[in-house]
Design a protein around this ligand. Structure first.
Ligand code: HEC
Ligand code: HEC
Length: 278
């Protein structure tokens, strides 16, 4: 997968010479790639929510994954896996990651049967689920207005909204109220894997901030704040700087009162409550 991304980057690089004269893009390749990635993401888990699969998955996880991801899946040398669904990963995507591993990292691939991998996915998904009682207060209608005014340009809820940040349609299903509050009030405290901020300075001095999607020795691919996927040759850049601040601005109590936050969380919960049940 990473090899595919890199070759796509090489094909879609905007070849920015120092004069900035040449610009070359093969958008079709990107479309093809994102179509095949979408097909994988849509793979359905045949054992979703099945208690037998969840407990089998727990046992498999403890023997094969816990040494790096921790017995509680909150991460040791590997990342915290209790937040990946809230960060927008689909079941299919997690399945594919566990199947293929992550080349260039210590995350191994697996040749285990599909059923075993789906059981592990079911287990990981069960970890993220929290009780909706935490989100019982607040006014959903007012919360929708708060969302539209502050969050919709970067986050989807249902089919509407921006795509720079993770999908929030089910986020309160898998994140505690404390976790949500911290993600909104202080986004830089913990950023989702796959949402690393990078700042670039081009040869002509233009500054661009975005999320780093792929990088190798020669090139870097980012999604900029207008949600455009852009590839750059490093020789055409003056600076590439990894940043510890989230692209999401902090929403302190001066911007979002406690009551507004309460309404917002109630709205986000109401979105999935009807289909999932309490
Ligand atoms: C030897 C250590 C190691 C083992 C064993 C391991 N992982 Fe990982 N895993 C990692 C590391 C490190 C990463 C992050 C790699 C990166 O992003 O560069 C990772 C990433 C992941 C991700 C991607 C997280 C995301 O944000 O999407 C998933 C899912 C995952 N591992 C699941 C598993 C499962 C399930 C198992 C057991 C079958 C497992 N891992 C075994 C080290 C490990
Ligand atoms: C300028 C774009 C932008 C705006 C505006 C924005 N966000 Fe974000 N948000 C992001 C990005 C990018 C991330 C991923 C990086 C991170 O985790 O900080 C993120 C992450 C999050 C997460 C963490 C998801 C997870 O589980 O990892 C939550 C929750 C969230 N945003 C909620 C909100 C809410 C609620 C609002 C409105 C009050 C909002 N955001 C406004 C861009 C934005």
């Amino acid at each position: 997968m990473r090899a595919q991304i890199v070759s796509a980057v090489l094909l879609t690089l905007r070849c920015r010479s120092a004069s900035g004269a040449r610009s070359l893009r093969l958008a079709a390749t990107v479309l093809m790639l994102s179509a095949s990635a979408a097909a994988q993401d849509n793979l359905a888990n045949p054992h979703e929510g099945n208690p037998g699969a969840i407990s089998a998955g727990r046992a498999l996880f403890e023997t094969r994954c816990a040494e790096c991801h921790g017995a509680d899946a909150k991460g040791i040398s590997g990342p915290d896996l209790t937040v990946i669904f809230a960060a927008g990963r689909s079941d299919g995507r997690v399945f594919q990651t566990v199947r293929a591993g992550i080349p260039g990292s210590i995350m191994p691939s697996s040749t285990a049967p599909d059923d075993e991998l789906w059981a592990i996915v079911s287990y990981l998904k069960s970890l993220g689920t929290v009780s909706l009682v935490e989100y019982a207060t607040g006014n959903a209608d007012q919360g929708r207005d708060v969302y539209l005014a502050n969050c919709a340009r970067c986050h989807r809820v249902g089919s509407d909204g921006g795509r720079l940040g993770p999908d929030l349609s089910r986020v309160t299903r898998s994140r505690s109220r404390a976790g949500m509050t911290s993600a909104i009030r202080d986004p830089s405290a913990a950023m989702g894997v796959g949402y690393r901020t990078v700042a670039l300075v081009t040869a002509d001095g233009e500054r661009i901030r975005g999320l780093k999607k792929a990088e190798d020795a020669f090139s870097i691919q980012i999604v900029d704040t207008s949600e455009r996927l852009q590839g750059y040759l490093k020789t055409g850049l003056r600076q590439v700087q990894d940043q510890a601040e989230s692209l999401m601005p902090p929403f302190g109590p001066d911007v979002l009162s406690e009551a507004e936050l309460d309404d917002l969380l109630r709205f986000l919960t109401s979105v999935h409550e009807e289909s999932d049940g309490p």
